[in-house]
Design a protein around this ligand. Structure first.
Ligand code: HAS
Length: 549
Protein backbone atom coordinates (compact mmCIF):
# COMPACT_ATOMS: atom_id res chain seq x y z
CA UNK A 1 0.00 0.00 0.00
CA UNK A 2 1.41 3.34 -1.04
CA UNK A 3 2.28 5.87 1.67
CA UNK A 4 0.48 9.21 1.76
CA UNK A 5 2.03 11.58 -0.76
CA UNK A 6 2.78 15.24 -0.41
CA UNK A 7 1.97 15.39 -4.10
CA UNK A 8 -0.74 13.85 -6.22
CA UNK A 9 0.67 10.83 -8.07
CA UNK A 10 1.45 11.73 -11.73
CA UNK A 11 -0.93 9.11 -13.13
CA UNK A 12 -3.74 10.29 -10.85
CA UNK A 13 -2.94 13.86 -11.84
CA UNK A 14 -3.72 12.96 -15.46
CA UNK A 15 -7.08 11.54 -14.45
CA UNK A 16 -7.94 14.65 -12.42
CA UNK A 17 -6.77 16.98 -15.20
CA UNK A 18 -8.89 15.21 -17.83
CA UNK A 19 -11.97 15.98 -15.71
CA UNK A 20 -10.93 19.62 -15.24
CA UNK A 21 -10.43 20.13 -18.99
CA UNK A 22 -13.96 18.94 -19.76
CA UNK A 23 -15.26 21.17 -16.94
CA UNK A 24 -13.62 24.31 -18.31
CA UNK A 25 -14.68 23.51 -21.89
CA UNK A 26 -18.25 23.32 -20.59
CA UNK A 27 -17.71 26.69 -18.88
CA UNK A 28 -16.63 28.30 -22.17
CA UNK A 29 -19.59 26.98 -24.19
CA UNK A 30 -22.21 27.30 -21.44
CA UNK A 31 -21.02 30.81 -20.56
CA UNK A 32 -21.45 31.93 -24.17
CA UNK A 33 -25.01 30.55 -24.17
CA UNK A 34 -25.63 32.51 -20.93
CA UNK A 35 -24.49 35.74 -22.58
CA UNK A 36 -26.92 35.17 -25.46
CA UNK A 37 -29.77 34.52 -23.03
CA UNK A 38 -29.39 37.73 -21.08
CA UNK A 39 -29.20 39.66 -24.38
CA UNK A 40 -32.42 38.03 -25.65
CA UNK A 41 -34.21 38.76 -22.37
CA UNK A 42 -33.26 42.44 -22.58
CA UNK A 43 -35.62 42.59 -25.58
CA UNK A 44 -32.91 44.28 -27.68
CA UNK A 45 -31.52 41.22 -29.46
CA UNK A 46 -32.88 38.30 -31.45
CA UNK A 47 -31.19 34.95 -32.01
CA UNK A 48 -30.17 34.32 -35.61
CA UNK A 49 -31.22 31.44 -37.90
CA UNK A 50 -34.41 30.66 -35.96
CA UNK A 51 -32.47 29.26 -32.98
CA UNK A 52 -34.88 28.88 -30.07
CA UNK A 53 -34.30 30.70 -26.77
CA UNK A 54 -35.03 27.40 -25.03
CA UNK A 55 -32.26 25.59 -26.92
CA UNK A 56 -29.79 28.15 -25.65
CA UNK A 57 -31.25 28.02 -22.14
CA UNK A 58 -30.98 24.23 -22.09
CA UNK A 59 -27.39 24.37 -23.35
CA UNK A 60 -26.51 26.85 -20.60
CA UNK A 61 -28.20 24.95 -17.77
CA UNK A 62 -26.96 21.49 -18.72
CA UNK A 63 -23.37 22.54 -19.48
CA UNK A 64 -22.92 24.72 -16.41
CA UNK A 65 -25.29 23.16 -13.88
CA UNK A 66 -24.61 19.53 -14.67
CA UNK A 67 -21.40 19.15 -16.71
CA UNK A 68 -19.05 21.83 -15.33
CA UNK A 69 -19.93 20.95 -11.76
CA UNK A 70 -19.88 17.15 -11.98
CA UNK A 71 -16.60 16.99 -13.90
CA UNK A 72 -14.85 19.57 -11.70
CA UNK A 73 -16.02 17.89 -8.51
CA UNK A 74 -15.01 14.37 -9.52
CA UNK A 75 -11.62 15.57 -10.83
CA UNK A 76 -10.99 17.60 -7.67
CA UNK A 77 -11.99 14.69 -5.42
CA UNK A 78 -9.73 12.21 -7.24
CA UNK A 79 -6.85 14.64 -6.67
CA UNK A 80 -7.84 15.17 -3.01
CA UNK A 81 -8.10 11.43 -2.31
CA UNK A 82 -4.79 10.69 -4.01
CA UNK A 83 -3.05 13.56 -2.19
CA UNK A 84 -4.26 12.55 1.27
CA UNK A 85 -4.49 8.75 1.17
CA UNK A 86 -1.81 7.84 -1.37
CA UNK A 87 -1.73 6.94 -5.07
CA UNK A 88 -4.76 5.11 -6.42
CA UNK A 89 -4.31 1.41 -7.11
CA UNK A 90 -4.16 0.48 -10.81
CA UNK A 91 -7.68 -0.97 -10.50
CA UNK A 92 -9.16 2.16 -8.93
CA UNK A 93 -7.45 4.38 -11.49
CA UNK A 94 -8.71 2.24 -14.37
CA UNK A 95 -12.21 2.39 -12.89
CA UNK A 96 -11.84 6.16 -12.66
CA UNK A 97 -10.99 6.35 -16.38
CA UNK A 98 -13.99 4.15 -17.26
CA UNK A 99 -16.18 6.56 -15.28
CA UNK A 100 -14.61 9.52 -17.06
CA UNK A 101 -15.24 8.12 -20.55
CA UNK A 102 -18.81 7.10 -19.76
CA UNK A 103 -19.51 10.62 -18.53
CA UNK A 104 -17.79 12.22 -21.52
CA UNK A 105 -19.60 10.08 -24.09
CA UNK A 106 -22.91 10.74 -22.29
CA UNK A 107 -22.24 14.48 -22.26
CA UNK A 108 -21.39 14.53 -25.98
CA UNK A 109 -24.56 12.57 -26.76
CA UNK A 110 -26.87 14.86 -24.76
CA UNK A 111 -25.14 17.97 -26.13
CA UNK A 112 -25.69 16.73 -29.70
CA UNK A 113 -29.46 16.42 -29.16
CA UNK A 114 -29.66 19.78 -27.39
CA UNK A 115 -27.72 21.62 -30.09
CA UNK A 116 -29.78 20.08 -32.88
CA UNK A 117 -32.94 21.42 -31.18
CA UNK A 118 -34.27 17.98 -30.20
CA UNK A 119 -34.02 18.45 -26.46
CA UNK A 120 -34.96 22.04 -25.53
CA UNK A 121 -36.33 20.80 -22.20
CA UNK A 122 -34.09 22.83 -19.85
CA UNK A 123 -31.75 21.34 -17.28
CA UNK A 124 -34.62 19.98 -15.21
CA UNK A 125 -36.15 18.17 -18.25
CA UNK A 126 -39.62 18.24 -16.68
CA UNK A 127 -42.25 16.01 -18.24
CA UNK A 128 -44.60 16.54 -20.04
CA UNK A 129 -42.00 18.25 -22.27
CA UNK A 130 -40.47 15.41 -24.20
CA UNK A 131 -36.93 15.29 -25.62
CA UNK A 132 -35.38 12.83 -28.05
CA UNK A 133 -34.54 9.54 -26.29
CA UNK A 134 -30.83 10.13 -27.09
CA UNK A 135 -30.81 13.10 -24.68
CA UNK A 136 -32.03 10.96 -21.77
CA UNK A 137 -29.73 8.07 -22.64
CA UNK A 138 -26.78 10.51 -22.67
CA UNK A 139 -27.78 11.79 -19.22
CA UNK A 140 -28.11 8.24 -17.90
CA UNK A 141 -24.55 7.55 -19.08
CA UNK A 142 -23.30 10.63 -17.23
CA UNK A 143 -24.94 9.41 -14.03
CA UNK A 144 -23.68 5.83 -14.41
CA UNK A 145 -20.18 7.14 -15.18
CA UNK A 146 -20.22 9.23 -12.00
CA UNK A 147 -21.24 6.13 -9.99
CA UNK A 148 -18.33 4.18 -11.46
CA UNK A 149 -15.96 6.98 -10.39
CA UNK A 150 -17.61 7.02 -6.95
CA UNK A 151 -16.93 3.28 -6.59
CA UNK A 152 -13.27 3.88 -7.47
CA UNK A 153 -13.07 6.40 -4.60
CA UNK A 154 -14.90 4.08 -2.18
CA UNK A 155 -12.55 1.18 -3.02
CA UNK A 156 -9.49 3.34 -2.45
CA UNK A 157 -10.82 4.66 0.85
CA UNK A 158 -11.74 1.13 2.01
CA UNK A 159 -8.17 -0.03 1.27
CA UNK A 160 -6.76 2.85 3.29
CA UNK A 161 -9.01 2.02 6.25
CA UNK A 162 -7.99 -1.64 6.12
CA UNK A 163 -4.32 -0.75 6.39
CA UNK A 164 -4.87 2.00 9.00
CA UNK A 165 -7.21 0.28 11.45
CA UNK A 166 -8.36 2.45 14.34
CA UNK A 167 -7.10 5.64 12.68
CA UNK A 168 -9.20 8.59 11.64
CA UNK A 169 -9.07 9.02 7.88
CA UNK A 170 -7.65 12.22 6.38
CA UNK A 171 -10.34 14.90 6.33
CA UNK A 172 -10.37 15.49 2.56
CA UNK A 173 -10.77 11.76 1.87
CA UNK A 174 -13.61 11.51 4.41
CA UNK A 175 -15.33 14.52 2.84
CA UNK A 176 -14.95 13.18 -0.71
CA UNK A 177 -16.46 9.85 0.32
CA UNK A 178 -19.36 11.56 2.12
CA UNK A 179 -20.09 13.66 -0.97
CA UNK A 180 -20.04 10.59 -3.22
CA UNK A 181 -22.38 8.66 -0.87
CA UNK A 182 -24.76 11.63 -0.96
CA UNK A 183 -24.53 11.70 -4.77
CA UNK A 184 -25.10 7.98 -5.13
CA UNK A 185 -28.17 7.91 -2.89
CA UNK A 186 -29.76 10.98 -4.48
CA UNK A 187 -29.00 10.16 -8.11
CA UNK A 188 -30.99 6.91 -7.73
CA UNK A 189 -34.08 9.15 -8.00
CA UNK A 190 -33.13 10.79 -11.28
CA UNK A 191 -31.93 7.45 -12.66
CA UNK A 192 -35.33 5.92 -11.78
CA UNK A 193 -37.34 8.59 -13.62
CA UNK A 194 -35.00 8.61 -16.63
CA UNK A 195 -34.75 4.83 -17.02
CA UNK A 196 -38.27 3.74 -16.05
CA UNK A 197 -40.36 6.70 -17.17
CA UNK A 198 -38.68 9.07 -19.64
CA UNK A 199 -36.68 6.70 -21.87
CA UNK A 200 -39.57 4.21 -22.49
CA UNK A 201 -41.94 7.15 -23.07
CA UNK A 202 -39.64 8.98 -25.50
CA UNK A 203 -39.04 5.72 -27.39
CA UNK A 204 -42.82 5.32 -27.74
CA UNK A 205 -42.89 2.13 -25.62
CA UNK A 206 -45.39 3.80 -23.29
CA UNK A 207 -47.77 6.50 -24.45
CA UNK A 208 -48.26 8.43 -21.21
CA UNK A 209 -46.16 9.62 -18.29
CA UNK A 210 -47.04 10.30 -14.64
CA UNK A 211 -45.85 13.91 -14.50
CA UNK A 212 -46.04 14.39 -10.72
CA UNK A 213 -44.10 11.19 -10.07
CA UNK A 214 -41.34 12.19 -12.48
CA UNK A 215 -41.05 15.68 -10.94
CA UNK A 216 -40.99 14.19 -7.43
CA UNK A 217 -38.22 11.75 -8.37
CA UNK A 218 -36.34 14.62 -10.03
CA UNK A 219 -36.48 16.81 -6.89
CA UNK A 220 -35.59 13.88 -4.63
CA UNK A 221 -32.34 14.21 -6.61
CA UNK A 222 -32.41 17.95 -7.37
CA UNK A 223 -31.95 19.39 -3.91
CA UNK A 224 -29.12 17.12 -2.72
CA UNK A 225 -27.61 17.87 -6.14
CA UNK A 226 -27.05 21.45 -4.95
CA UNK A 227 -25.21 20.15 -1.87
CA UNK A 228 -23.17 17.85 -4.10
CA UNK A 229 -22.02 21.14 -5.69
CA UNK A 230 -21.59 22.96 -2.38
CA UNK A 231 -19.66 20.34 -0.39
CA UNK A 232 -16.47 20.45 -2.51
CA UNK A 233 -16.47 24.24 -1.96
CA UNK A 234 -16.79 23.54 1.77
CA UNK A 235 -13.87 21.05 1.46
CA UNK A 236 -11.74 23.94 0.21
CA UNK A 237 -12.99 26.28 2.94
CA UNK A 238 -12.44 23.83 5.80
CA UNK A 239 -9.37 21.89 4.70
CA UNK A 240 -7.42 24.19 2.38
CA UNK A 241 -8.09 27.86 3.15
CA UNK A 242 -6.68 27.74 6.75
CA UNK A 243 -3.36 26.53 5.29
CA UNK A 244 -3.43 29.15 2.52
CA UNK A 245 -3.77 31.96 5.08
CA UNK A 246 -1.07 30.43 7.29
CA UNK A 247 -3.41 29.38 10.11
CA UNK A 248 -5.07 26.20 11.39
CA UNK A 249 -8.47 24.62 10.89
CA UNK A 250 -10.78 25.51 13.80
CA UNK A 251 -12.06 21.95 14.38
CA UNK A 252 -11.68 18.75 12.39
CA UNK A 253 -14.64 17.07 14.15
CA UNK A 254 -16.95 20.01 13.56
CA UNK A 255 -16.16 19.83 9.83
CA UNK A 256 -16.93 16.10 9.75
CA UNK A 257 -20.14 16.56 11.71
CA UNK A 258 -21.28 19.27 9.26
CA UNK A 259 -20.73 16.86 6.36
CA UNK A 260 -22.66 14.06 8.08
CA UNK A 261 -25.55 16.47 8.75
CA UNK A 262 -25.59 17.32 5.03
CA UNK A 263 -25.73 13.63 4.22
CA UNK A 264 -28.65 13.11 6.58
CA UNK A 265 -30.75 16.17 5.81
CA UNK A 266 -30.09 17.12 2.21
CA UNK A 267 -32.12 14.32 0.64
CA UNK A 268 -35.55 14.22 2.31
CA UNK A 269 -36.34 17.83 1.34
CA UNK A 270 -37.20 17.79 -2.40
CA UNK A 271 -40.80 18.91 -1.81
CA UNK A 272 -39.58 22.44 -1.05
CA UNK A 273 -39.26 22.76 -4.84
CA UNK A 274 -42.84 21.55 -5.22
CA UNK A 275 -44.59 23.58 -2.53
CA UNK A 276 -47.05 24.99 -5.08
CA UNK A 277 -47.75 21.70 -6.83
CA UNK A 278 -51.13 20.05 -6.39
CA UNK A 279 -51.25 16.32 -5.62
CA UNK A 280 -48.90 16.35 -2.60
CA UNK A 281 -50.54 16.63 0.80
CA UNK A 282 -49.76 19.80 2.79
CA UNK A 283 -48.71 17.63 5.73
CA UNK A 284 -45.82 16.03 3.81
CA UNK A 285 -44.82 19.37 2.38
CA UNK A 286 -44.68 20.69 5.95
CA UNK A 287 -42.54 17.74 7.11
CA UNK A 288 -40.05 18.44 4.33
CA UNK A 289 -40.01 22.18 5.08
CA UNK A 290 -39.01 21.32 8.66
CA UNK A 291 -36.26 19.03 7.36
CA UNK A 292 -35.12 21.85 5.02
CA UNK A 293 -34.58 24.05 8.05
CA UNK A 294 -32.44 21.25 9.53
CA UNK A 295 -30.14 21.34 6.49
CA UNK A 296 -29.47 25.03 7.10
CA UNK A 297 -27.71 24.14 10.37
CA UNK A 298 -24.49 22.70 8.87
CA UNK A 299 -24.10 25.87 6.79
CA UNK A 300 -24.44 27.99 9.93
CA UNK A 301 -21.82 25.72 11.57
CA UNK A 302 -19.58 26.33 8.57
CA UNK A 303 -20.01 30.11 8.84
CA UNK A 304 -19.06 29.85 12.53
CA UNK A 305 -16.01 27.68 11.77
CA UNK A 306 -14.76 30.04 9.06
CA UNK A 307 -15.14 33.11 11.27
CA UNK A 308 -13.31 31.24 14.06
CA UNK A 309 -10.49 30.23 11.71
CA UNK A 310 -10.02 33.76 10.40
CA UNK A 311 -10.28 35.37 13.80
CA UNK A 312 -7.86 32.93 15.51
CA UNK A 313 -5.33 33.49 12.75
CA UNK A 314 -5.74 37.27 12.87
CA UNK A 315 -5.34 37.36 16.64
CA UNK A 316 -2.26 35.10 16.46
CA UNK A 317 -0.80 37.83 14.22
CA UNK A 318 -1.53 40.52 16.80
CA UNK A 319 -4.95 41.71 15.61
CA UNK A 320 -7.11 43.47 18.20
CA UNK A 321 -10.69 44.73 18.33
CA UNK A 322 -13.83 43.12 16.96
CA UNK A 323 -12.84 43.05 13.29
CA UNK A 324 -9.09 43.78 13.48
CA UNK A 325 -8.38 40.24 12.21
CA UNK A 326 -9.82 41.18 8.80
CA UNK A 327 -6.74 43.32 8.14
CA UNK A 328 -4.43 40.34 8.66
CA UNK A 329 -5.93 38.19 5.90
CA UNK A 330 -3.90 37.73 2.68
CA UNK A 331 -6.03 39.88 0.37
CA UNK A 332 -3.52 39.85 -2.49
CA UNK A 333 -3.45 36.03 -2.73
CA UNK A 334 -6.03 34.88 -5.31
CA UNK A 335 -6.14 31.38 -3.74
CA UNK A 336 -7.71 33.05 -0.71
CA UNK A 337 -9.44 36.05 -2.28
CA UNK A 338 -11.66 34.19 -4.77
CA UNK A 339 -13.12 31.71 -2.22
CA UNK A 340 -13.49 34.51 0.36
CA UNK A 341 -15.62 36.58 -2.04
CA UNK A 342 -17.60 33.35 -2.60
CA UNK A 343 -18.19 33.14 1.18
CA UNK A 344 -19.29 36.75 1.32
CA UNK A 345 -21.86 36.19 -1.41
CA UNK A 346 -23.13 33.11 0.41
CA UNK A 347 -24.55 35.32 3.16
CA UNK A 348 -27.27 36.92 0.93
CA UNK A 349 -27.49 33.71 -1.12
CA UNK A 350 -28.29 31.60 1.95
CA UNK A 351 -30.73 34.22 3.21
CA UNK A 352 -32.56 33.96 -0.13
CA UNK A 353 -32.63 30.16 0.27
CA UNK A 354 -34.24 30.52 3.70
CA UNK A 355 -36.87 32.82 2.16
CA UNK A 356 -37.55 30.26 -0.60
CA UNK A 357 -37.92 27.49 1.96
CA UNK A 358 -40.36 29.43 4.13
CA UNK A 359 -43.53 27.75 2.95
CA UNK A 360 -45.80 30.83 2.58
CA UNK A 361 -43.06 33.16 1.31
CA UNK A 362 -42.38 30.63 -1.43
CA UNK A 363 -45.67 31.70 -3.01
CA UNK A 364 -44.21 35.15 -3.63
CA UNK A 365 -41.06 33.97 -5.35
CA UNK A 366 -41.80 30.58 -6.89
CA UNK A 367 -41.40 30.45 -10.68
CA UNK A 368 -40.20 34.05 -10.74
CA UNK A 369 -36.73 35.06 -11.82
CA UNK A 370 -35.92 35.60 -8.11
CA UNK A 371 -35.17 31.85 -7.98
CA UNK A 372 -32.76 32.22 -10.91
CA UNK A 373 -31.11 35.06 -8.97
CA UNK A 374 -30.86 32.76 -5.93
CA UNK A 375 -29.02 30.02 -7.74
CA UNK A 376 -26.70 32.41 -9.53
CA UNK A 377 -25.55 33.60 -6.11
CA UNK A 378 -25.21 30.11 -4.65
CA UNK A 379 -23.81 27.87 -7.34
CA UNK A 380 -22.61 30.45 -9.87
CA UNK A 381 -20.86 32.66 -7.31
CA UNK A 382 -20.12 30.92 -4.02
CA UNK A 383 -19.36 27.51 -5.52
CA UNK A 384 -17.85 28.62 -8.81
CA UNK A 385 -15.57 31.30 -7.30
CA UNK A 386 -14.32 28.68 -4.83
CA UNK A 387 -13.66 26.28 -7.73
CA UNK A 388 -11.76 29.06 -9.52
CA UNK A 389 -9.76 29.76 -6.35
CA UNK A 390 -8.95 26.04 -6.03
CA UNK A 391 -7.86 25.90 -9.68
CA UNK A 392 -5.17 28.50 -8.94
CA UNK A 393 -3.18 25.92 -6.96
CA UNK A 394 -4.70 22.64 -8.18
CA UNK A 395 -3.96 23.02 -11.90
CA UNK A 396 -0.31 24.09 -11.47
CA UNK A 397 0.13 21.35 -8.84
CA UNK A 398 -1.12 18.76 -11.33
CA UNK A 399 0.79 20.13 -14.33
CA UNK A 400 4.07 20.78 -12.45
CA UNK A 401 3.97 24.54 -12.95
CA UNK A 402 3.73 27.71 -10.84
CA UNK A 403 1.37 30.65 -10.95
CA UNK A 404 3.19 33.88 -11.80
CA UNK A 405 2.53 37.20 -10.03
CA UNK A 406 0.94 38.53 -13.23
CA UNK A 407 -1.52 35.62 -13.33
CA UNK A 408 -2.27 36.05 -9.63
CA UNK A 409 -3.09 39.72 -10.32
CA UNK A 410 -5.32 38.71 -13.23
CA UNK A 411 -7.07 36.22 -10.94
CA UNK A 412 -7.79 39.00 -8.42
CA UNK A 413 -9.22 41.12 -11.26
CA UNK A 414 -11.23 38.11 -12.45
CA UNK A 415 -12.77 37.75 -8.99
CA UNK A 416 -13.71 41.44 -8.86
CA UNK A 417 -15.19 41.31 -12.38
CA UNK A 418 -17.22 38.25 -11.39
CA UNK A 419 -18.48 39.88 -8.19
CA UNK A 420 -19.50 43.08 -10.02
CA UNK A 421 -21.16 41.20 -12.92
CA UNK A 422 -23.05 38.95 -10.55
CA UNK A 423 -24.17 41.85 -8.35
CA UNK A 424 -25.78 43.43 -11.42
CA UNK A 425 -27.19 40.23 -12.85
CA UNK A 426 -28.35 38.40 -9.78
CA UNK A 427 -29.38 41.58 -7.94
CA UNK A 428 -31.67 42.65 -10.77
CA UNK A 429 -33.05 39.11 -11.03
CA UNK A 430 -34.08 39.27 -7.37
CA UNK A 431 -35.78 42.67 -7.82
CA UNK A 432 -37.54 41.71 -11.06
CA UNK A 433 -38.69 38.47 -9.40
CA UNK A 434 -40.35 40.44 -6.61
CA UNK A 435 -42.22 42.36 -9.31
CA UNK A 436 -43.44 39.04 -10.68
CA UNK A 437 -41.12 38.64 -13.68
CA UNK A 438 -41.26 34.97 -14.72
CA UNK A 439 -38.23 32.71 -15.02
CA UNK A 440 -37.51 30.36 -17.95
CA UNK A 441 -39.33 32.59 -20.46
CA UNK A 442 -38.17 34.24 -23.65
CA UNK A 443 -38.91 37.96 -23.89
CA UNK A 444 -41.37 37.36 -26.75
CA UNK A 445 -43.68 35.32 -24.49
CA UNK A 446 -44.51 38.24 -22.21
CA UNK A 447 -43.48 41.39 -24.10
CA UNK A 448 -47.13 42.38 -24.62
CA UNK A 449 -48.07 42.15 -20.95
CA UNK A 450 -48.46 45.59 -19.32
CA UNK A 451 -46.31 44.45 -16.38
CA UNK A 452 -43.37 43.77 -18.68
CA UNK A 453 -42.66 47.51 -18.81
CA UNK A 454 -41.77 47.39 -15.10
CA UNK A 455 -39.35 44.53 -15.65
CA UNK A 456 -37.47 45.93 -18.62
CA UNK A 457 -34.96 48.12 -16.71
CA UNK A 458 -34.02 45.09 -14.59
CA UNK A 459 -33.65 42.95 -17.68
CA UNK A 460 -31.29 45.49 -19.18
CA UNK A 461 -29.31 45.40 -15.92
CA UNK A 462 -29.20 41.60 -16.28
CA UNK A 463 -27.77 41.95 -19.78
CA UNK A 464 -25.13 44.38 -18.47
CA UNK A 465 -24.27 41.91 -15.69
CA UNK A 466 -24.25 38.99 -18.13
CA UNK A 467 -21.83 40.83 -20.41
CA UNK A 468 -19.48 41.63 -17.51
CA UNK A 469 -19.65 37.97 -16.44
CA UNK A 470 -18.75 36.87 -19.94
CA UNK A 471 -15.59 38.99 -19.65
CA UNK A 472 -15.01 37.13 -16.37
CA UNK A 473 -15.27 33.82 -18.24
CA UNK A 474 -12.70 34.92 -20.81
CA UNK A 475 -10.35 35.94 -17.98
CA UNK A 476 -10.66 32.63 -16.11
CA UNK A 477 -10.08 30.70 -19.35
CA UNK A 478 -6.92 32.73 -20.02
CA UNK A 479 -5.68 31.92 -16.50
CA UNK A 480 -6.57 28.20 -16.72
CA UNK A 481 -4.89 27.79 -20.14
CA UNK A 482 -1.82 29.59 -18.81
CA UNK A 483 -1.64 27.39 -15.70
CA UNK A 484 -2.14 24.21 -17.70
CA UNK A 485 0.23 24.84 -20.62
CA UNK A 486 2.33 28.00 -20.40
CA UNK A 487 3.16 28.91 -16.79
CA UNK A 488 6.80 28.39 -15.72
CA UNK A 489 7.71 24.85 -14.63
CA UNK A 490 8.04 24.32 -10.89
CA UNK A 491 6.49 22.91 -7.75
CA UNK A 492 3.15 24.16 -6.43
CA UNK A 493 1.81 23.04 -3.08
CA UNK A 494 -1.54 21.25 -2.70
CA UNK A 495 -2.33 22.97 0.62
CA UNK A 496 -3.88 20.78 3.32
CA UNK A 497 -4.57 22.39 6.70
CA UNK A 498 -3.83 20.95 10.12
CA UNK A 499 -6.51 21.08 12.78
CA UNK A 500 -5.91 23.30 15.82
CA UNK A 501 -6.49 20.21 18.04
CA UNK A 502 -5.33 17.30 15.87
CA UNK A 503 -6.76 14.25 17.61
CA UNK A 504 -10.44 14.21 18.47
CA UNK A 505 -12.05 10.88 19.30
CA UNK A 506 -15.42 12.06 18.04
CA UNK A 507 -14.05 11.85 14.51
CA UNK A 508 -13.94 8.02 14.72
CA UNK A 509 -17.68 7.80 15.46
CA UNK A 510 -18.36 9.95 12.43
CA UNK A 511 -16.93 7.20 10.22
CA UNK A 512 -19.56 4.70 11.30
CA UNK A 513 -21.02 4.43 7.78
CA UNK A 514 -23.51 1.68 8.63
CA UNK A 515 -25.12 4.01 11.18
CA UNK A 516 -25.21 7.12 8.95
CA UNK A 517 -26.35 5.37 5.79
CA UNK A 518 -29.00 3.54 7.84
CA UNK A 519 -30.27 6.86 9.20
CA UNK A 520 -30.29 8.39 5.70
CA UNK A 521 -32.43 5.52 4.43
CA UNK A 522 -34.78 5.86 7.42
CA UNK A 523 -35.24 9.61 6.88
CA UNK A 524 -35.89 9.11 3.17
CA UNK A 525 -38.46 6.42 3.89
CA UNK A 526 -40.21 8.65 6.44
CA UNK A 527 -40.31 11.66 4.12
CA UNK A 528 -41.24 9.89 0.89
CA UNK A 529 -43.01 6.53 1.35
CA UNK A 530 -46.57 7.75 2.00
CA UNK A 531 -46.52 10.63 -0.52
CA UNK A 532 -45.12 8.41 -3.30
CA UNK A 533 -47.76 5.74 -2.64
CA UNK A 534 -50.36 8.55 -2.83
CA UNK A 535 -48.91 9.88 -6.07
CA UNK A 536 -49.03 6.44 -7.69
CA UNK A 537 -52.42 5.34 -6.31
CA UNK A 538 -54.21 8.60 -7.10
CA UNK A 539 -52.49 9.23 -10.41
CA UNK A 540 -54.58 10.84 -13.14
CA UNK A 541 -54.48 9.07 -16.53
CA UNK A 542 -51.04 10.60 -17.23
CA UNK A 543 -49.93 13.02 -19.89
CA UNK A 544 -49.16 12.22 -23.50
CA UNK A 545 -46.63 15.05 -23.41
CA UNK A 546 -45.32 17.64 -25.83
CA UNK A 547 -42.85 16.23 -28.26
CA UNK A 548 -40.08 18.74 -28.95
CA UNK A 549 -38.41 16.96 -31.85
FE1 HAS B 1 -31.48 26.73 -3.11
C1 HAS B 1 -34.02 26.66 -5.45
C2 HAS B 1 -33.78 26.63 -0.58
C3 HAS B 1 -28.92 26.63 -0.77
C4 HAS B 1 -29.21 26.03 -5.61
N1 HAS B 1 -31.59 26.42 -5.14
C5 HAS B 1 -32.72 26.45 -5.91
C6 HAS B 1 -32.38 26.20 -7.28
C7 HAS B 1 -31.02 25.97 -7.32
C8 HAS B 1 -30.54 26.13 -5.96
C9 HAS B 1 -30.19 25.58 -8.53
O1 HAS B 1 -36.76 26.02 -0.29
C10 HAS B 1 -33.35 26.25 -8.47
C11 HAS B 1 -33.85 24.92 -8.90
C12 HAS B 1 -34.77 25.10 -10.07
O2 HAS B 1 -34.28 25.19 -11.21
O3 HAS B 1 -35.98 25.17 -9.85
N2 HAS B 1 -31.37 26.70 -1.07
C13 HAS B 1 -32.43 26.68 -0.23
C14 HAS B 1 -31.95 26.69 1.15
C15 HAS B 1 -30.58 26.71 1.08
C16 HAS B 1 -30.23 26.69 -0.32
C17 HAS B 1 -32.78 26.67 2.39
N3 HAS B 1 -29.46 26.41 -3.18
C18 HAS B 1 -28.60 26.41 -2.11
C19 HAS B 1 -27.26 26.12 -2.55
C20 HAS B 1 -27.35 25.95 -3.92
C21 HAS B 1 -28.74 26.14 -4.29
C22 HAS B 1 -26.06 26.02 -1.65
C23 HAS B 1 -26.29 25.64 -4.92
C24 HAS B 1 -25.04 25.39 -4.63
N4 HAS B 1 -33.50 26.70 -3.04
C25 HAS B 1 -34.25 26.61 -1.91
C26 HAS B 1 -35.66 26.48 -2.27
C27 HAS B 1 -35.74 26.49 -3.65
C28 HAS B 1 -34.36 26.62 -4.12
C29 HAS B 1 -36.82 26.37 -1.38
C30 HAS B 1 -37.00 26.35 -4.52
C31 HAS B 1 -37.54 27.68 -4.91
C32 HAS B 1 -38.74 27.53 -5.83
O4 HAS B 1 -39.82 27.97 -5.43
O5 HAS B 1 -38.61 26.98 -6.92
C33 HAS B 1 -29.64 26.68 2.29
O6 HAS B 1 -28.79 25.57 2.18
C34 HAS B 1 -28.86 27.94 2.46
C35 HAS B 1 -28.08 27.94 3.77
C36 HAS B 1 -26.98 28.93 3.74
C37 HAS B 1 -26.67 29.79 4.73
C38 HAS B 1 -25.52 30.77 4.55
C39 HAS B 1 -24.33 30.48 5.47
C40 HAS B 1 -23.19 31.40 5.13
C41 HAS B 1 -21.90 31.03 5.01
C42 HAS B 1 -20.86 32.06 4.59
C43 HAS B 1 -20.10 32.61 5.76
C44 HAS B 1 -19.23 33.74 5.33
C45 HAS B 1 -17.97 33.98 5.80
C46 HAS B 1 -17.22 35.19 5.32
C47 HAS B 1 -17.31 33.13 6.81
C48 HAS B 1 -27.42 29.82 6.00
C49 HAS B 1 -21.42 29.63 5.29
C50 HAS B 1 -17.61 36.31 6.21
C51 HAS B 1 -16.73 37.49 6.16
C52 HAS B 1 -17.16 38.73 6.45
C53 HAS B 1 -16.20 39.84 6.41
C54 HAS B 1 -18.58 39.04 6.75
Amino acid sequence: MAQPLEKVDRRDAKLALAHLFVAFTALALGGFAGLLQTLVRSGKFELPAGISYYTILTTHGVLLGLVLTTFFIIGFQFAAVSRTTGALSDGSRRTGWIGFWLMTIGTAMSAFFILTGKASVLYTFYAPLQAHAGFYIGLALVVVGSWVSGFAMFAHYARWRKTHRGQVSPLLAFMSVTNMVLWLVCSLGVAATVVFQLIPWSLGLTDRVNVLLSRTLFWYFGHPLVYFWLLPAYMVWYAVIPKVIGGKMFSDSLARLAFILFLLFSIPVGFHHQLLEPGISPFWKYVQVVLTFMVIIPSLMTAFAMFATFESYGRSQGATGLFGWLRKLPWSDARFFAPFVGMLFFIPAGTGGIINASHQLNQVVHNTIWVTGHFHLTVATTVVLTFFGASYWLIPHLTGRVMTKAMNRLAIIQTIVWAVGMTFMSGSMHFAGLLGAPRRSAFSTYSNSPQALEWIPYQIAQAVGGTILFIGIILILVIVINLAFFAPKGETEFPVAEAAAPYERAALALENWKLWIGLVVALILIAYTVPIIDIIQNAPPGSKGYKLW
